[in-house]
Ligand binder design. Sequence first.
Ligand code: EPZ
Length: 418
Amino acid sequence: MAKLLIEGGVPLSGDVPVSGAKNAVLPILAGALLADGVVRIGRVPHLQDVTTMMELLGRMGVELALDERLWIELDPTRLREHVAPYELVRTMRASILVLGPLLARWGRAVVSLPGGCAIGERPVDLHIKGLRALGAEVELSGGYIEARAERLSGTRIVMDLVTVTGTENLMMAATLARGTTIIENAAQEPEVVDLARFLKRLGARIEGEGSNTIIIEGVERLSGGEYEVLPDRIEAGTYLVAGAISGGRVKVTGVRPEHLDAVLLKLREAGAELAIGTDWIEVDMRGRRPRAVDLTTAPYPGFPTDMQAQFCALDAIAEGVGLIRETVFENRFMHAQELRRLGADIAVEGNTAIIRGVPRLSGAPIMATDLRASASLLLAGLVAEGTTVVDRIYHLDRGYERIEEKLARLGARIRRIR
Ligand code: EPZ
């Protein structure tokens, strides 16, 4: 099993280009199932989750190719089957995103229940509740969701909770429904907005994306088209924290700074100097030790839960005590026990981590448990004295494109060992 080996203590410096957003490209790839023609998607990051999604679509009969620009070309018009099997869905829960498109375009879908994961139980009850509200018959049997609908009918849906993929599944399903659908208490993440823009490129009629009320006017069909995915704000935020934790100066390029407001505010509070351009952000720590920050995760535009683990690592070596509250998932502090192995002083009480900054961490062998936890362990390894070996880094490869190459370009002493 591959591991990453890091020699800590080097202040990072330099520019790093940000890849396309994992959490935008996954719903957009699934949304291609709605189209009556060929879809081409650009700025697709090379990630394990993207490979898994393409394998899933390919198994259904979607024809996949790369065009001369290395954009992904999908032809969904000769779909053979409507099943998302357990052995794929359990490796990537975002497979649930084919449910809405399959049902809307083909009238039926058989999708394995994703099951839980390290960070929480992660139910999909609100996806199912919304599809039933749109007129689908949905049965759960043998660990599978079996859904059918002649044609979905638009309606008003009030989401019990803000759910990103729940909002995305229902928005996609509603594009081909008869009549108007209103989704209240909708997720406002930039990735939801990017999906809406992609669907409108195919002819969907959507308004209000980015607000908590999305209105979808159903149409008869969606054409093919092409779309370039937005840059990954969580990847960008992770590299900015890498600059801050190591006391260096890092510039992330090809980003949308307006998507990182909550994260930039916390980096400033930690004592980082920030310069912001139209599509770049530079963090400069000037060799200083960060100050501890308090934060509470929340749905967008609040502080993103996907950046919580990274800030636990930053607080671990900061001056002072930081309180980090996780309100989105019920078990997202798995990184705390691993950070303790490096010498961090972290106590977890309920949904809050109390982190007393220590002047230095010491390298040790540690183990990744989930995607963003593994990023936080890597960040801690960058600043820990001596050698840190992070095991089970397949978690990292799901969400970060060529992470050790990008960090090495910034001066990190890091390499992948088998
Ligand atoms: C998306 O997951 C992201 N994944 C996650 O990123 C991200 O952490 C999360 O949104 C929150 O921002 C993708 O977009 C592919 P939710 P999602 O539904 O949609 C509860 C990463 O690291 N809930 O917004 O699965 C749920 O249990 C990943 O890139 C229900 O109760 O998250 C959670 O407590 C991790 N019933 C809360 O809502 C439902 O039917 C928010 O979950 C759906 C969700």
